[in-house]
Design a protein around this ligand. Structure first.
Ligand code: ADP
Ligand code: ADP
Length: 224
């Protein structure tokens, strides 16, 4: 997947949440999207995902302009801070959700969910309900659910923010391995500089709606 944003802007009232942002992302990279709270990170992700319409600018995925493409047709998976699993569904059904709504065949769903249970280390937990899991396990279910329909781009909005520091560190290492294993292009939003440096191949720094820098973690932190 190749992603390209061109001159994307979004204003709420008189406030520019996203101001003329352009960038491109190469296939397979884990991009850290970093910046202060209120800088426009979530708005950018929502625009990419199609959950928010930009006032101007274009979004291109694999050479196709997707501004008018519905969220579920964009080949994008999301994981948010608050896992938002379906409380009344067990782990298996939560992971299967995106496949079930796409009316996938039962055998295909079972095979794919089993693959994801192995990939996320959740084998044996498929019958459990969200309240029977730890925070870290719930967030791994959220990753499995997002990955089930085989998205080409994964958007992660502070996925570990609600998890305590020790488990968060373990999850970062786990995530980096997972993403390397599947080779999916990903954007990881965080306001934690150390977390960004640890997980990201490349960084985007946004501030007051503007893209201030794009580069390797080293470039970004050694540039005055
Ligand atoms: P970040 O994710 O970097 O914290 P956001 O994208 O959430 O930043 O917000 C960027 C700016 O846009 C903030 O000033 C925020 O208050 C504003 N904003 C975001 N969403 C809305 C909305 N739906 N309505 C009005 N203002 C919004
Ligand atoms: P996809 O669109 O890739 O299939 P999901 O399977 O995560 O993504 O979600 C499908 C739809 O269901 C989306 O509109 C999403 O916002 C919504 N959804 C996902 N999880 C929840 C949830 N826990 N509560 C309410 N709505 C949800």
């Amino acid at each position: 997947m190749h992603l390209e944003l061109k001159n994307v802007s979004k204003t709420y009232g008189s406030h520019k949440a996203v101001a003329d942002v352009s960038f491109g992302i190469e296939r397979g990279k884990l991009i850290g999207l970093l910046g202060p709270s209120g800088g426009g990170k979530s708005t950018l992700l929502r625009i990419l995902a199609g959950l928010e319409t930009p006032d101007s600018g274009d979004i291109w995925i694999n050479g196709q302009r997707v501004n008018d493409v519905a969220p579920q047709e964009r080949g994008i998976g999301f994981v948010f801070q608050n896992y938002a699993l379906f409380k009344h569904m067990n782990v298996f059904d939560n992971i299967a959700f995106g496949l079930t709504i796409r009316k996938a065949k039962k055998a295909e769903i079972t095979e794919r969910v089993n693959e994801l249970l192995d990939l996320t280390g959740l084998r044996g937990f498929e019958k459990r309900y969200p309240h029977q899991l730890s925070g870290g396990q719930r967030q791994r279910v959220a990753f499995a659910r997002a990955l089930a329909p085989r998205p080409e781009l994964l958007l992660l909005d502070e996925p570990f923010a609600a998890i305590d520091a020790k488990v968060r560190k373990e999850l970062r290492t786990w995530l980096k391995q997972l993403i390397e294993t599947i080779g999916i292009t990903s954007i990881f939003v965080t306001h934690d500089q150390d977390e960004a440096v640890e997980v990201a191949d490349e960084m985007l720094i946004v501030q007051q709606g503007r893209l201030e820098q794009q580069g390797s973690p080293l470039d970004v932190y050694t540039t005055p």
